[in-house]
Design a protein around this ligand. Structure first.
Ligand code: FBP
Length: 258
């Protein structure tokens, strides 16, 4: 049995990310989704395979028995603009104690601090596997020397780095070229690759098209946040995502779901 099996349906998967309060600040929120309970309810009722929280949100809002928890072990704010470094802020043991079924970690490849994150991730990966849980790697090219973070080369470099470092799954940004994403999936070997969502798309159709393209390119699923919990109808968006990712439906079929 693979470590990620618990998070897969028909070999596909949907993860709801809600760590933006740290990564971007409450500027991403409105009066509904600023409340972590609102997003936890969407994750529970919307057919998601995991919800992503930082430690403090998990300790205060996660209820065991709900949708599986993927606890982010590092993070940073968006205030400092140069080469990023995000260090660990929660141990694997503590993550498990508060209900995590998986842990997550971000590495910024290309940052002058990448080796610090590699080293921290290496220890976390061994600890997580020691207690039998998977590690999902958010792997984003970023820093002074990174010219484009979603070029063919960079997407594939990201997934390959995740494979080389022993991640159980990688989450990467998608630049809109399906052939390039396919190469990133191939470069990942048998490791699942998730698409990260990005800012809210102009229309839901645009967002769903991107998701569909990555699935057709061999992606395992979507690990997204804003496009779901900023939707004016998150339950419907979630159903449409399930139709595309889990049931293999087309974008037009998904858009028929009311
Ligand atoms: P979104 O779907 O809202 O973009 O979330 C995906 C995600 O990976 C979050 O988990 C994380 O908070 C955010 O993107 C970080 O994005 P960035 O580093 O580009 O600000």
């Amino acid at each position: 049995m693979g470590r990620m099996d618990k998070f897969l349906r028909n070999g596909k998967s949907l993860i709801l990310a809600y760590d933006q309060g740290l990564e971007h600040g409450p500027t991403d929120f409105n009066s509904s989704n600023v409340n972590p309970k609102y997003v936890f309810d969407i994750a529970n009722s919307g057919g998601f395979d995991a919800v992503v929280f930082q430690k403090g949100i998990a300790e205060n809002y996660y209820q065991k028995g709900g949708v599986p928890l993927l606890l982010k072990l590092n993070g940073k704010t968006s205030i400092y603009g140069k080469d990023p470094l995000a260090r660990q802020n929660c141990s694997v043991d503590h993550a498990v104690k508060i209900g995590a079924s998986a842990v997550g970690y971000t590495i910024y490849i290309g940052s002058k601090y990448e080796s610090e994150m590699f080293s921290e991730f290496g220890r976390i990966q061994e600890e997580a596997h020691g207690v039998g849980i998977p590690v999902v790697l958010w792997i984003y090219p970023r820093g002074e020397y990174v010219k484009g973070d979603t070029t063919k080369e960079m997407m594939a470099y990201a997934t390959r780095t995740a494979l080389e470092l022993g991640a159980d799954a990688a989450k990467i940004k998608y630049g809109g070229n399906a052939e390039d994403f396919k190469w990133a999936v191939i470069s990942a070997g048998k490791m699942p690759v998730y698409m990260a969502g990005g800012p809210k798309a102009n229309t839901e159709e645009d967002f769903l098209k991107h998701v569909k393209e990555t699935i057709m390119a061999g992606g395992t699923g979507a690990a997204v946040g804003r496009n779901v919990w900023q939707s004016d109808n998150p339950a419907r968006t979630a159903k449409r995502l399930n139709a595309i990712v889990i049931q293999g439906k087309s974008v037009s079929e998904a858009l028929e779901i009311k």
